[in-house]
Design a protein around this ligand. Structure first.
Ligand code: ZN
Length: 272
């Protein structure tokens, strides 16, 4: 039905998988997705929905194998595939929004509203968004901290100084694990928990699950704002570019806004 190139190819059993073939949503996939979503397992719901609409991924065509492979799909690839699935059947790919102008003296808003009349339509079309793609074997990134941190070990051992980390682009599995440990009501720690799961190296040395469970969250909690913002930018650098430029008509200020794709999914599930 639709062949898609993943923005971040995934590695499975030593092979790189970059292609997925998708089909439109069916009633049972919508029901299964909504059920899991209502249980608070958002990332698992994403996996169920992608799995239910996947005809093949790489060379795999059988259901259990597809579901298994999709655990390794990056969050950003899954987000992209989901939007492709939804736009296969929906004519309505519009995202509306009201974006306050950041100029302190302005108080204006940029309103993006759908209108049947194209000359009056100011909404954003999700199928116009740019896709940024990773290199073929690019599954992680290295990051040097602007402000290195020290973790006290507390068991008589030397404190650990951290000046660099390596992190995989988080997979749906990383996200689900973090959600299970941190819950959905502690957003910032959930985000740091996802980095913890996806962490591979600290100071150039590989770290195992035991290390990550012990020091991972503490390490991210010690990091300063600029480092966390830079990390989040790196994590999100491939996939659908949901940041757009807006122009305030009242004062002329140009500013960047983040489109709300979560809303798009929710309304897509509701409309069935
Ligand atoms: Zn303004």
């Amino acid at each position: 039905m639709g062949e898609i190139q993943l923005p971040i190819p995934m590695s499975y059993q030593g092979k790189s998988i970059g292609e997925i073939s998708i089909s439109p949503l069916t009633g049972s996939v919508i029901a299964d997705t909504k059920k899991i979503m209502d249980e608070g397992m958002a990332y698992e719901a994403m996996r169920i929905m992608v799995a239910g609409c996947t005809e093949s991924i790489g060379e795999a065509t059988d259901r259990p194998q597809i579901r298994e492979i999709l655990r390794r799909m990056t969050y950003k690839s899954a987000e992209y595939v989901l939007i492709k699935i939804l736009t296969l059947e929906q004519n309505d790919n519009k995202i509306e929004g009201s974006y306050p102008c950041p100029h302190p003296a302005c108080g204006g808003k940029v309103l993006c509203q759908f209108n049947e009349d194209e000359s009056l339509d100011t909404s954003d079309d999700i199928s116009d968004l740019e896709v940024v793609r990773a290199g073929e074997n690019e599954s992680s990134f290295d990051y040097d901290l602007l402000d290195p941190v020290t973790i006290e070990t507390g068991d008589g051992e030397e404190p650990i100084n951290v000046s660099s980390v390596a992190i995989n682009f988080p997979t749906l599995n990383d996200c689900s694990m973090a959600l299970r440990k941190r819950g959905q009501n502690d957003h910032v720690r959930l985000q740091m928990g996802i980095y913890q799961e996806a962490l591979t190296k600290v100071g150039g040395h590989e770290v195992d699950t035991k290390w990550k469970n012990r020091y991972g969250l503490r390490m991210f909690e010690k990091m300063k704002g600029p480092d966390l913002r830079a990390l989040s930018k790196e994590v999100d650098k491939y996939g659908l570019k949901t940041e757009l430029e807006k122009h305030c008509l009242k004062c002329g200020t140009m500013f960047h806004v983040e489109l709300d794709t979560a809303n798009f999914f929710a309304s897509a599930l509701r409309s069935h």
